[in-house]
Every structure is written in structure tokens, then in C-alpha cells.
Write a protein that binds this ligand. Sequence first.
Ligand SMILES: Cc1cc2nc3c(=O)[nH]c(=O)nc-3n(C[C@H](O)[C@H](O)[C@H](O)COP(=O)(O)O)c2cc1C
Length: 148
Amino acid sequence: MSKVQIFIGSVYGGAEQVGELVGEELRKLGHDVSLNTYARAEDLARDPDEIILLCHSNTGSGELPDNIQPLYLHLTRDYPRIAGRRYGVINLADSSYMSFNEGGKALDAAFADLGAIRVGEPLVIDACSGDDPATLARDWVNEWARLI
Ligand SMILES: Cc1cc2nc3c(=O)[nH]c(=O)nc-3n(C[C@H](O)[C@H](O)[C@H](O)COP(=O)(O)O)c2cc1C
């Protein structure tokens, strides 16, 4: 069993729904899950054994939603000690934007630049694809859970 803290960044609620769904799936598998819709520095620091699961959308021109932007600023300004920390990535994006998933890539890179270790490949849910986000997320998280 692992401890997982899900950091949610959402404007219209889509990423929040996906975060709740993957949290439920992880709980069913016996993991200890908490959801955080406004991640701050202390949330990242509270338990080094906790695995972080980023679950957020993109907004503006490749920007991060307001409720996860402070986490990005903390990573890129304060350089917290998260080397070796494990994390996963779920992004909601839309390939009709020139800035397709740029916010997602930036936050992933900010974790990697500090030495955090991404578990698995990111799940990128493209609003243009017509795929059902819930199905994609459920399938992805059950595979991801094998890796943690
Ligand atoms: C105003 C606006 C700006 C957006 N900008 C981007 C963008 O720059 N890049 C991208 O990949 N998706 C962009 N999107 C798509 C959203 O990330 C996508 O629709 C996502 O599913 C919304 O999730 P949410 O309900 O959690 O906010 C944008 C959507 C809106 C409404």
C-alpha cells in the first residue's frame, strides 16, 4: 500500500472529476489517498514518502489553472528538496490549441528538474479526441498503480 496525494488543478471541474475518480480507484486497490485542490509548499513537504499524482488541465495559452499555479511557482522559485520523490501525471488538454498541454509539460519538467522521478508515462486526455476521460483515467490509473 502506498500513500498518494493527488494535486488537482482545474478551471471547469473536468480535472477535478478525473482526480476524484482515480482517487477512488486507488483506494479500491488499498492505497491511502488524499485529494488536494489547492496545493501549497507545506502539502508537498508534509510526507516525503507520499507519492504525488498531478491531475490538472491547461488554460489560457498553455497556462496552469489558478489552483495549481502556486505549486509551480514554489517549485521554480524556492527549489524545494524533492529529489527522488515519485510522482505521476494526468493532464487534461485540447489539441486544437497551439499551446497543447504546455502547462502540463512545464509542471512535469519542474518536478523532473528538481530530481523527482516520474512513475510511468503521463496520461494526456485530449478533449478533441472524443475519448471518454473516465475510461481513459480508469485504465491508466490501474496500470499506474502496478508501478507504485
Ligand atoms: C479558455 C480555455 C483555454 C484553454 N487553453 C488550453 C491550452 O492552452 N492548451 C491546452 O492543451 N488546452 C487548453 N484548454 C483546454 C482545457 O485544458 C480542457 O478543455 C480541459 O478538459 C479543461 O479541464 P477543466 O474542466 O479541469 O478546466 C483550454 C480551455 C479553455 C476553456
